[in-house]
Design a protein around this ligand. Structure first.
Ligand code: 2AM
Ligand code: CA
Length: 267
């Protein structure tokens, strides 16, 4: 299975093309760790190059669509109901440190909703995608969210706030509550891949705050098409505006939401 629509093909081709440069640059990053200046400028350049490639590819295929790009910002299109939302390198801190957990994330927002998404991990060569109503796939195979219902059995993933990052108030209380009740917590560092892994049933759930739209837009539709539920931690549905996200299978999502909201309220 996994017959791909023309739209998904456009998105996958853009991701693959940008990935070639990123993988080459990732090879250089390791060598740069030992230099005093470190690889920061080199990584910013890699990031911008990847974004430029994706933008060119998408614009060539759908010239009227607008963009929301992590690096270049918003670019209005003639067609105001279709917008590409692109993160050319999600998991930048990992990339910078030579840790092979990062991804390219491309979403198409149609009438302000995630309509199609592609997330590519070029190191593992895992391509995740979904289009509204057509299911979610990884390398051509159908994926589904996990079936576990109880937090006691769950391995969940999160993003821990850090210097310069929003989402700190109440986070430690949420973490403490999840520590008490789950089988394990992971922190991997690419929001897009965390969502893709929830869609593939590897993680039983995911929550994070302080995110930006390009971290989440592709992952949201992939989790939904894999049978999962995505809301804000509060239960609301303005994830792209608030930067708060909670994704899991329907039962787990409800259970996690209850624990996380109680923890924050008790602060
Ligand atoms: P990035 O690698 O593209 O910066 C890790 O917790 C996740 O948070 C990553 O997806 C990372 O995306 C994102 N992230 C890191 N710093 C951020 C910031 N200041 N604001 C919003 N998202 C951020
Ligand atoms: Ca990101």
């Amino acid at each position: 299975m996994g017959l791909r629509s023309p739209l998904i093909n456009v998105m996958i081709n853009a991701a693959r093309k940008a990935a070639r440069g990123l993988v080459r640059d990732f090879g250089e990053v390791e060598a740069l760790q030992v230099s005093i200046k470190g690889p920061a400028d080199f990584v910013s350049a890699a990031d911008r190059k990847a974004e430029e490639i994706i933008r060119e590819e998408l614009a060539a295929a759908r010239p009227k669509y607008g963009f929301l790009l992590e690096e270049a910002g918003a670019i209005d299109g003639e067609d105001t109901s279709n917008t590409w939302v692109v993160d050319p390198l999600d998991g930048t801190t990992n990339f910078l440190h030579g840790i092979p957990q990062f991804s390219i994330s491309i979403a198409l927002m149609r009438d302000s909703k995630s309509f199609a998404g592609v997330i590519y991990d070029p190191i593992a060569d895992e391509m995740f995608w979904a289009e509204n109503g057509d299911g979610a796939f990884m390398n051509g195979r159908r994926i589904r969210v996990g079936a576990r219902r109880n937090l006691e059995d769950a391995v969940v993933v999160t993003g821990i706030p850090h210097r310069g990052r929003a989402g700190k108030p109440g986070y430690l209380e949420q973490l403490a509550a999840m520590m008490e009740i789950t089988s394990g917590i992971r922190r991997f560092g690419s929001a897009a891949l965390d969502l893709a892994w929830v869609a593939a049933g590897r993680f039983d759930g995911y929550w994070e705050g302080g995110l930006r739209p390009w971290d989440m837009a592709a992952g949201i539709i992939i989790v939904q098409e894999a049978g999962g539920i995505v809301t804000e931690v509060s239960g609301g549905t303005k994830m792209l505006e608030s930067g708060s996200i909670l994704a899991a299978n329907p039962d787990m999502q409800e259970n996690m939401g209850e624990v996380l909201r109680r923890a924050k309220a008790a602060k």
